[in-house]
Design a binder for this molecule. Structure first.
Ligand SMILES: [Zn+2]
Ligand SMILES: [Zn+2]
Length: 257
């Protein structure tokens, strides 16, 4: 089935422009150099699924006119991927009397439950809470006729999830992709990869590392995300091979899910 992927955010944890920074990319007039925190929206068969809820989720949802949401998948619990959870409220209310499902690794689900006790602890009687329900991921998640397969990634000292869905895969934060995960990423049309900057980083991939991953996996199209202010959009793109591009906020593409 055909699906549309929209890049909600293509930036690193601090976003671009970065608070307090005076560099040329942070002051660029190219809208593609404005990067909110990393997330994607996947739409198919009248359904809408997002990966992660960033601190910029409200702005992203308004920008992309998201009118409904059927599920959220979490890659991990770092603040730049999670803190927009409370802004799920208006879209979660559409599910009443049911709840909007949030899928996460069992440890991540536990972390979210504790960190956002006011949402998940039934003893709290605040009004207007997000109507959401945590569902720990144990193997592939079937969502509305599409299969989302968790792909283990090494993110510094942590193990986190990327996801493969049909001919697409979204691999944000990682410093390494285990062999067992690479084996699950064959025959891709679209591959999204963390490419923070040129300079090495202990928990993130670089342009060079991600180009090597592309070389190895040979997807038809590859897009970099989780990009910091070291990479000006236009100049960096011009230096990349034809099948590899920097993603940018609001970018849309079609693929087979
Ligand atoms: Zn991140
Ligand atoms: Zn992270």
């Amino acid at each position: 089935m055909r699906a549309t992927l929209t890049v909600l955010g293509s930036g690193t944890s601090m976003g671009v422009p970065t608070i307090g920074c005076d560099c040329t990319v942070c002051h660029s007039s190219d809208p593609r150099d404005k990067r909110t925190r990393p997330s994607v929206l996947i739409e198919y068969d009248g359904r809408s699924v997002i990966i992660d809820t960033t601190p910029d989720f409200r702005e992203q949802a308004i920008r992309e006119s998201i009118l409904k949401l059927d599920a959220v998948l979490y890659t991990h619990t770092h603040a730049d991927h999670l803190l927009g959870i409370d802004d799920l409220r208006p879209l979660s209310f559409l599910h009443k009397p049911n709840r909007l499902p949030l899928y996460a690794h069992p440890d991540a689900a536990e972390f979210i439950r504790k960190m956002f006790g006011y949402i998940f602890n039934a003893n709290y009687k605040f009004g207007g809470l997000p109507q959401v329900e945590l569902r720990p991921i144990n193997g592939s998640v079937e969502l509305f006729g599409a299969r989302f397969e968790p792909i283990v990634l090494i993110h510094g000292d942590a193990k986190i999830y990327g996801f493969r869905f049909g001919s697409g895969a979204y691999l944000t934060d990682h410093s390494e992709i285990p062999e067992s995960s690479l084996a699950k990423l064959q025959g891709l049309d679209v591959l999204f990869l963390d490419a923070l900057r040129y300079k090495p980083h202990p928990t993130h991939s670089t342009v060079e590392n991600s180009l090597q991953t592309v070389e190895r996996l040979k997807p038809k199209r590859a897009f970099f995300t989780h990009i910091c202010h070291d990479l000006p959009h236009e100049k960096t793109n011009a230096s990349l091979p034809d099948n590899v591009k920097l993603s940018y906020d609001g970018m849309k593409l079609e693929f087979e899910i």
